[in-house]
Design a protein around this ligand. Structure first.
Ligand SMILES: [Zn+2]
Length: 167
């Protein structure tokens, strides 16, 4: 009797073992599949152009058009967003780096003044707590003065006019 029970239990543990092995094989199979997909993705992305400043601009414009299409319920915005999205992907996956970077250069050239202004504005915004910007009463030149120095005489660096301000 005892030996039969033992046989049964060893049989059960054998089954459990083989089940565990099956599970392990399944898991490693999944891992191998993932690795294979990852390798394929890397191969697919090899030599592709990727994202540049123009690409980022296209992405944000796409997003704005999408939001507009939701807010206004106009199909036109949706179509524009869709076209921009396709164009973004086309540029990202392109292998013609020369043409794509030429497009990026053109974009940077066209937006130079806007980008410079926004960079200046950002700097001014981040310094608003430590500095004050005054305009020279003589020539309208902007002058940056540190805050919290009390009453100070400021000399314009451009026209050398002196004026007094509370910093
Ligand atoms: Zn001045």
């Amino acid at each position: 009797m005892g030996s039969v029970k033992q046989q049964r239990s060893t049989k059960r543990s054998d089954e459990a073992q083989s089940n565990a092995m099956k599970r392990m094989r399944l898991q490693s199979g999944k891992g191998a599949w993932l690795r294979k997909m990852k390798r394929r993705l890397i191969q697919f992305m090899q030599g592709r152009y990727g994202v540049d400043q123009f690409g980022r601009f296209l992405f944000w414009t796409t997003l704005i058009f999408l939001i507009l299409s939701i807010l206004t319920r106009r199909n036109g915005f949706y179509v524009l967003a869709f076209i921009l999205l396709i164009y973004s992907y086309f540029r990202m996956l392109s292998r013609n780096h020369i043409k794509r970077s030429a497009e990026n250069q053109r974009y940077l050239m066209l937006t130079q003044s806007v980008r410079r202004k926004s960079a200046l504005w950002k700097r001014g915004w981040s310094q608003r707590k430590t500095h004050h910007i005054y305009r020279c009463p003589g020539c309208r030149q902007k002058i940056r003065v540190p805050r919290g120095k009390g009453r100070i005489a400021i000399t314009c660096p451009k026209c050398h006019k002196e004026f007094i301000k509370n910093s």
